[in-house]
Design a protein around this ligand. Structure first.
Ligand SMILES: [Zn+2]
Length: 205
């Protein structure tokens, strides 16, 4: 029986590169591997675009209110479904992926971020942690050289901790950070809760 996979990471782990190369491996052997992404991500519109310049048009651009079942019917026999930016799926869409893997026997490989810039889980990621058969962390690297586990949002070059979960298209950027750097660069300067906790920790010294 086919599996539902979730490969997650912080930013800049090469997820989109893996999406494109995985699809290529199937497609180059004449198999039908579809690439899908949720339409909330407007980066590259109908394409998935990696930071190193690889690009591929998506087969399915799924809107939040859409059902995946209609697309699956339209495409007929599918070898594999590959999902980029899976954190933006709704919980219902992840449930559909699970049913498609189990009942239609189509392997589904999802790539996505684990948490947002405040380190809350995205809706799609939370559902994938619950339903995926296999969950694997992909490595991205903090500027200090350690493994990055957090995504920090920057606006005009400054870290921020307030704001909406998704501000795609806004003039912002993201840094993958390790826990220590996330604490020092984002939480302690910008989170009142963490400032209070830090004061108590200093009292322990
Ligand atoms: Zn670091």
């Amino acid at each position: 029986m086919a599996k539902l996979y979730f490969n997650y990471s912080a930013m800049s782990a090469g997820k989109t590169i893996d999406v494109i190369t995985t699809a290529y491996k199937y497609n180059s052997k004449g198999m039908k591997a579809l690439v899908m992404k949720p339409s909330i991500d407007t980066k590259g519109a109908k394409s998935v675009v990696s930071r190193i310049g690889l690009e591929r048009e998506v087969d399915i651009l799924l809107k939040p209110e859409e059902s995946l079942f209609d697309y699956i019917k339209k495409y007929g026999e599918i070898t594999c479904l590959i999902v980029d930016e899976a954190q933006f799926l709704t919980e219902k869409q992840v449930c559909e992926l699970f049913v498609i893997a189990k009942k239609l026997d189509i392997p589904i490989i999802c790539f996505g971020l684990k948490g947002d810039f405040q380190s809350n889980l995205f809706q799609g990621s939370e559902a994938l942690f619950r339903f995926a058969d296999t969950v694997e962390e992909m490595v991205s690297i903090c500027s200090c050289g350690k493994k990055a586990r957090f995504n920090a949002r920057k606006v005009n070059g400054e870290y921020v901790f307030e704001g909406k979960q998704v501000e795609i298209g806004a003039d912002d950027s993201y840094d993958p950070l390790c826990g220590k750097c996330y604490l020092e660069k984002v939480l302690l300067p910008y989170s009142v809760d963490f400032q209070k906790i830090y004061k108590k920790v200093r009292g322990l010294n």
